[in-house]
Design a protein around this ligand. Structure first.
Ligand code: GRF
Length: 201
């Protein structure tokens, strides 16, 4: 039987979370969002989740030691029987404890073609470097930043007249496509991992 229950972690706008929810509502992704957790009270994404009538939990993280916070996070995710954790603009590093609690069961979306431009402000990094192509990446999460095996990527050309805003918007449109697709592949178990390579089967 395939896995179904997703837990979303977010800290901000939540447009990727919304795209996932829309794919579920449209029937293109067979899954259920069991809980949406924000580490910031003011995250617009958590308000959207409330509007959708989803189960929401706000856990302010400021000043809380990383592992102590992550232990509580794991408890809440397990309480909601989450099969797959999806980071959707979650602005906090995960502890080894958290990663080990969900082995190959955590996905992240990053706005560049990893391993180029990890970390913050990937779109600025791409513009500053002068690459002609950038994009976005859905990858499994391990204990290193923006590092785990890559499930899907989408390429976005950089136009000569691009600004941070125009480039980010075109990348975001691709993020919204590939995140749901990647979640479907992982939930249905249609992949195997060979070294760093995720082979879709
Ligand atoms: C996205 O660009 C995502 O790639 C990055 O954080 C941003 C989150 O945007 N990890 P949103 O909150 O999903 O709108």
């Amino acid at each position: 039987m395939s896995l179904r229950k997703i837990g979303i972690l977010l800290s901000g706008r939540g447009s990727n979370f919304e795209a996932i929810q829309r794919a579920i509502a449209a029937g293109t992704l067979d899954a259920e969002i069991a809980v949406v957790i924000s580490n910031r009270e003011a995250a617009p994404g958590i308000e959207t989740a409330r509007r959708f009538g989803l189960k929401t939990v706000v856990m302010p993280s400021q000043g809380v030691p990383r592992e102590q916070f992550d232990r509580e996070l794991v408890r809440v995710l397990n309480e909601h029987q989450v099969d797959l954790v999806c980071l959707a603009g979650y602005m906090r590093l995960l502890s080894g404890y958290f990663v080990q609690a969900f082995p190959q069961r955590i996905l992240n979306i990053h706005p560049s073609l990893l391993p180029s431009f990890p970390g913050l402000d990937a779109q600025h990094q791409a513009l500053d470097y002068g690459v002609k192509y950038t994009g976005c990446t859905v990858h499994f999460v391990d204990e290193h930043l923006d590092n785990g095996p890559i499930v899907l990527q989408a390429v976005v050309p950089v136009e000569d007249n691009d600004t941070y805003e125009t480039l980010s918007a075109r990348i975001l449109a691709q993020e919204h496509q590939i995140y749901s697709k990647a979640i479907g592949i992982v939930l249905r178990g249609e992949y195997r991992i060979e070294g760093r390579r995720v082979i879709c089967v």
